[in-house]
Design a protein around this ligand. Structure first.
Ligand SMILES: [Zn+2]
Ligand SMILES: [Zn+2]
Length: 243
């Protein structure tokens, strides 16, 4: 480094004054970052954004990025999970009992096992999008087996295995069911957006899965379309109830 460059570096450091380490704490060999993002609209508690890094410099970068998210209003606004949102959404409005049952089956059978326990805000920020990943997984296998080999038993209860217990063979989830999962998720997420739980609906940007032409089985396709359409519409009712 030349004398001039060294002089410039020293002057620049002096100008910066003492380093701002607000929100950063060293714990052993890592640096913990915690900053406030205001009150959680769901729980009413202080909402903290956090991260960790191996170096002080990296921690400062994380802290500044989180501050920027709070300033730009792109930070998560609640720590509740997607499972919590879906339960609230499901119980929040009047629908035919059969429609509600279909939603519950989709949520408990396919959405919750994959995405239920992760905080909502985290899912909206993650890349690749967890929702798109779920689509892809269900298209490969409705059990989302990730190519594991296992025996599918005839019942979950204790039993003696017979010919009905056999090695798992992947079956994709029907496109109409994937579309219904998508509709349920999108309905719930756009309601969450209207209630201020999240700042953007990540599924608005994502492509809706295409549904094949309704043939040769008109009743079930019609039923599927009805369920999907009802889910798109319902977010408005639920958002009205969130106060
Ligand atoms: Zn068995
Ligand atoms: Zn499988």
């Amino acid at each position: 480094m030349s004398i001039l460059a060294l002089y410039a570096a020293v002057t620049a450091r002096r100008k910066q004054g003492p380093k701002d380490l607000t929100g950063i704490r060293q714990q052993g060999s890592t640096y913990q970052v915690r900053i406030s993002a205001g009150l959680d609209p769901v729980t009413g508690r202080q909402l903290m954004l956090s991260g960790s890094a191996d170096t002080e410099h990296a921690a400062i970068m994380i802290r500044d990025r989180l501050r920027q998210q709070v300033r730009d209003n792109t930070a998560a606004r609640t720590n509740v999970t997607l499972g919590y949102l879906l339960d609230e959404w499901l119980s929040g409005h009047q629908v035919e009992e059969t429609t509600r049952d279909s939603y519950r089956l989709l949520i408990n059978g396919f959405i919750r096992p994959a995405l239920g326990t992760t905080p909502l805000g985290q899912q909206c920020r993650q890349v690749p999008r967890p929702f798109e990943q779920l689509d892809a997984e269900l298209r490969a296998c409705r059990r989302r087996c990730h190519s594991r080999t296992f025996v599918e038993h005839r019942t979950p209860r204790p039993h003696n295995c017979d010919e009905r217990c056999a090695a798992h063979v992947c079956t994709p989830l029907a496109v109409s069911s994937i579309r219904q999962c998508h509709a349920v998720l999108s309905g719930a997420l756009s309601a969450a957006k209207r209630c201020g739980w999240i700042t953007a609906n990540p599924l608005e940007a994502a492509q809706r899965p295409r549904i094949p032409a309704p043939q040769p089985n008109p009743p079930s396709a019609e039923e599927a379309a009805k369920i999907a359409n009802a889910a798109w519409e319902q977010d408005a009712d639920w958002a009205r109830s969130c106060g």
